[in-house]
Write a protein that binds this ligand. Structure first.
Ligand code: AMP
Length: 281
């Protein structure tokens, strides 16, 4: 595996691949890699000739009171995991390499569903994501880009971005990878104390109970309220517990396939999860 830290170096590394018209797969990450990330790499490996993974903790997608400074940076360990998972090129640029020294005067705001859920509670977050992902897409110019459904709304925002700006690549969404106890793997799980870690799986447990309750005919509002009550009782501070269509439109009743979304904090650690609920008619 090659590691590149500059845009020029990345271009030089990818040049022969482009000339040979080989398929490039791209997995953008913020590092501190776990099985969720590595699964994206393996999916890319299956479909593409050359797999590029980026590790970049993107300052502009963090709010002023969020964890940018403390976000776990474990490049040596990540590099080994990526080499073992079959990554060909690791792109790990500095903030200066990514954003230069001149002020950035261009922003990218996706409307509609980007203002909902995490977009409502994290002002400017998806602008920051849209900018960095567009820059990375232009640098790597992949044929396929792989994103996890753990960040379900992010996938929808990026699909919209790619469609609206005619970015010539295909987005592949990959299912959530969970720990044995159901907790969705996340770099932020490492912030949790032992006690918090033992409470954290109740997000997924509640989502599963909600799925069952909906399919047994319980009213959607009651089901969402039950999740909130249970999570507050378990020690969470709720950011949102919501239902949407798989395309992220509003739903009032369970009368079509529905996605359930939770964002909740344990102490200062914000966790998100989601679950698809099939409508059986
Ligand atoms: P991050 O490093 O948190 O920015 O995540 C990089 C990519 O990995 C994003 O596309 C995430 O959705 C994806 N990802 C993170 N955790 C998981 C998980 N548990 N299962 C599947 N994909 C994940």
């Amino acid at each position: 595996m090659k590691t590149e830290t500059t845009v020029q170096g990345l271009a030089a590394s990818l040049n022969p691949t482009r000339q040979a018209r080989k398929l490039i797969g791209f997995v953008p990450t913020m590092g501190n890699l776990h099985e969720g990330h590595l699964n994206l790499v393996r999916e890319a490996r299956k479909l593409c000739d050359v797999v590029v993974v980026s590790i970049f903790v993107n300052p502009i997608q963090f709010g002023p009171n969020e964890d940018f400074e403390n976000y776990p940076r474990t490049l040596v360990q990540d590099s080994q995991l990526l080499a073992d998972a079959g990554c060909d090129i690791l792109f790990a640029p500095s903030v200066e390499q990514m954003y230069g020294t001149q002020p950035r005067l261009t922003n990218i705001t996706v409307g509609g569903m980007a203002n909902d859920l995490c977009g409502a509670s994290r002002q400017g977050h998806f602008d920051g994501v849209a900018v960095v992902v567009t820059k990375l897409f232009n640098m790597v110019q992949p044929n396929y880009a792989f994103f996890g459904e753990k960040d379900y709304q992010q996938v929808a925002v990026i699909r919209q971005l790619v469609q609206d700006l005619n970015i010539p690549l295909e987005i592949i969404a990959v299912p959530i990878v969970r720990a044995d106890d159901g907790l969705a793997l996340s770099s932020r799980n490492g912030y949790l104390t032992e006690t918090q870690r033992s409470i954290a799986p109740s997000i997924y447990q509640n989502l599963q109970q909600a799925q069952q309750a909906l399919q047994q005919g319980q009213a959607l509002n009651d089901v969402l309220e039950t999740i909130k009550t249970n999570l507050i009782q378990a020690g969470f501070e709720i950011d949102y517990v919501e239902a949407r269509t798989p395309q992220l439109s509003a739903v009032n009743q369970f009368e079509q396939d529905t996605m359930l979304f939770v964002a909740a904090k344990l102490g200062t650690t914000r966790l998100i999860d989601n679950l698809f609920v099939k409508y059986m008619g």
